[in-house]
Design a protein around this ligand. Structure first.
Ligand SMILES: Cc1cc2nc3c(=O)[nH]c(=O)nc-3n(C[C@H](O)[C@H](O)[C@H](O)COP(=O)(O)OP(=O)(O)OC[C@H]3O[C@@H](n4cnc5c(N)ncnc54)[C@H](O)[C@@H]3O)c2cc1C
Length: 292
C-alpha cells in the first residue's frame, strides 16, 4: 500500500501537518517516537488559545488525539533511512513504508556524540554518511560509532563494502530491537568508553579510557537516532548549518520532500512549528493531487 503522505515526527509540526493533510483527503501516516520537545516543557503559556498554562505532555496528547480523530494513522517507530524511488521509501526499525510525499518534522538535530577530536577528523576518516562515503572504505577496517538500531542499520549498509566492521558503543549499553539482534553476530562489538580519536592527518586510532587503543581506517557516526541532518547528508537535501533549508512553502531542494518545525532552524516555538506544518500541508496536498 502506498500512502499519500508520510510525516516523520510526532511533535507539533508533524501533527499539525497531519491534521491538514487528512482533512485534505490524503492517506497520512505519522511516524515518530514519544520524545517530542513538548515533553520537556513543563508549562506552556505562550501558545494561543489557552487562558491558563498547559503542560507540554497534555498538549502533545491532545494534538495526537485530534490527528487520530481526523483519520491520521500514527506509528511509534524510528526512521533509520529514506530512499527516493518514484515515490519515497521510508525505512523504520519495524517496517518499511512508501508515500508520494514526505514531511521531515524531526525536531532540532540531536547532540553530537561525546567523543573528543571527532570534529578534527571530520572529512578525514570520520563520516556521517555510509551511502556517500562507504565506497571509499572497500575492504578497510572501519567502525560505526553508536549503540542503537540506527547504528546497526548503518553497519549493515557498510557490509556491501567491507566485512571488517566494529560497532563502538562508547560505553553505552546496546539498545537494539529484536529485528537487528541477529545482525549483531556479523559485527565486532566494542563497549569500551572512548577517550579520544587519534591520528596524524587522518584518523588512525580509537583510544579508550582504560589506555588501550585500536587501529582504524574510517569511523562512521550513527549515535542515537537518525536526525534530519543524517537524512539530509544521505539524500543530498540542502542544509544551512545543522538545519534543513526550506523556502517559504516549506519545500526542500528535493521535489515532494518538505520540512517543518525546529529542524528548519527557525524560531524554535510551538506556534512556529504548528504554522510551518500547516504551510507544508498545503503544498503536500497540491503535490499529491497533481500525481493522482
Ligand atoms: C524545556 C523546553 C521548554 C519549552 N517551552 C516552550 C514554550 O513554553 N513555548 C513554546 O512555544 N515552545 C517551547 N519549547 C519549544 C517547543 O517544544 C519546540 O519548538 C517544538 O516542540 C518543536 O516542534 P517540532 O515538531 O518541530 O519538534 P519536536 O517537538 O521535537 O518533535 C520531533 C519529533 O520527531 C521525532 N523524530 C526525531 N527523529 C526521528 C526518527 N529518526 N524517526 C522517527 N521520529 C523521529 C521525535 O520522536 C518527535 O516525535 C520548549 C522546549 C523545551 C526543550
Amino acid at each position: 500500500m502506498i500512502y499519500d503522505a508520510i510525516i516523520i515526527g510526532r511533535g507539533p509540526a508533524g501533527l499539525s501537518c497531519a491534521i491538514y493533510t487528512t482533512r485534505g483527503n490524503l492517506k497520512t501516516l505519522v511516524i515518530g517516537k514519544t520524545d517530542s520537545m513538548l515533553f520537556k516543557a513543563d508549562k506552556i503559556e505562550n501558545y494561543y488559545g489557552f487562558e491558563h498554562p498547559i503542560g507540554g505532555k497534555e498538549l502533545f496528547e491532545t494534538g495526537e488525539k485530534q490527528a487520530l480523530r481526523l483519520g491520521a494513522e500514527i506509528k511509534e517507530d524510528e526512521v533509520v533511512g529514506i530512499e527516493k524511488t518514484d515515490n519515497f521509501k521510508v525505512i523504520c526499525v519495524n517496517g518499511e513504508y512508501e508515500a508520494k510525499t514526505v514531511l521531515l518534522a524531526t525536531g532540532a538535530p540531536v547532540v553530537k556524540a561525546p567523543v573528543r577530536k571527532l570534529d578534527q577528523f571530520e572529512g578525514n576518516g570520520v563520516s556521517y554518511c555510509t551511502t556517500c562515503d562507504g565506497f571509499f572504505y572497500r575492504n578497510k577496517k572501519v567502525g560505526v560509532l553508536g549503540y542503537t538500531d540506527y547504528a546497526v542499520h548503518e553497519a549493515l549498509e557498510l557490509m556491501a563494502f567491507t566485512s571488517d566492521i566494529t560497532l563502538y558503543t562508547n560505553g553505552m549499553p546496546l539498545n537494539i530491537s529484536d529485528k537487528h539482534k541477529d545482525s549483531l553476530s556479523k559485527l565486532r562489538i566494542s563497549e569500551n568508553k572512548i577517550k579520544e580519536l587519534d591520528g596524524q592527518d587522518k584518523i588512525e586510532w580509537v583510544v579508550f579510557e582504560d589506555g588501550s587503543r585500536e587501529s582504524i581506517e574510517g569511523l562512521f557516526v550513527a549515535y542515537g537516532s537518525a536526525s534530519s541532518t543524517s537524512f539530509a547528508l544521505k539524500m543530498g537535501i540542502a542544509t544551512e548549518g545543522k538545519s534543513i533549508k526550506v523556502n517559504d512553502k516549506m519545500e526542500t531542494n528535493i521535489p515532494g520532500l518538505f520540512a517543518a518545525g525546529d529542524c528548519t532552524g527557525t524560531f524554535k516555538q510551538i506556534a512556529v512549528a504548528v504554522g510551518q506544518g500547516a504551510i507544508a500541508s498545503r503544498q503536500m496536498i497540491e503535490w499529491v493531487r497533481k500525481k493522482r
